[in-house]
Design a binder for this molecule. Sequence first.
Ligand code: FMN
Length: 196
Amino acid sequence: MSRIATHEILPLLLHRSSTRAMSGQPLSDSDLLRILEAARWAPSAANFQPWRFLYAQAGTPLFGQFLSFLDPFNAEWCVRAGALVVVVSKVTTPDGKPLPPHAFDAGAAWMAMALQASSMGLVSHAMGGIQTDKIRAELAIPEGFAIHCMVALGHKGDINDLAERNRPRETPNDRRPLVESIAAGSFPQAWTPTEA
Ligand SMILES: Cc1cc2nc3c(=O)[nH]c(=O)nc-3n(C[C@H](O)[C@H](O)[C@H](O)COP(=O)(O)O)c2cc1C
């Protein structure tokens, strides 16, 4: 399937997708910093920039530790990632008040990373299938920070290196029609989950 937008949008938005085939080539410092720099420029509530990124590049001793944070179904293909990044965010403002939009802001930062990587011809793939307790303990992440996901970054690789069940998933997926996600005014009845 090739993606088709029903309304004209930036091609970069349409052509980014979460593929898994990577070559194993480490991500250079320069490529990694460009991608993290993109995240830096994401918008955030009151410009608090609650996001933080902990990373490990392939070929370094840290990389094996970061791989061990992934659920096995993610670790299997992430062995060929060029870098792994843990996305966390601070749940309070600098003066200690709750910051409800911290997750929203971290999500915006992840999307900036993904678009930057895609524009550089690189793979980016967010993963919620991670062991947050292990990450918190081993990376000494304090309680005031939420752990959201990990991101695999890397150079494109050979689809045949993937497990067979993951190969069809290299084809970009689709989206439900826009009309099912938007409404002028009140929340439509049709969006309320129906009881069985
Ligand atoms: C927060 C988050 C968690 C995800 N967790 C996983 C995961 O654990 N493993 C995986 O293979 N893909 C994971 N994905 C990838 C999604 O399945 C993917 O983004 C979605 O199917 C849309 O496809 P696209 O990114 O190619 O457009 C995750 C994506 C996000 C944003």
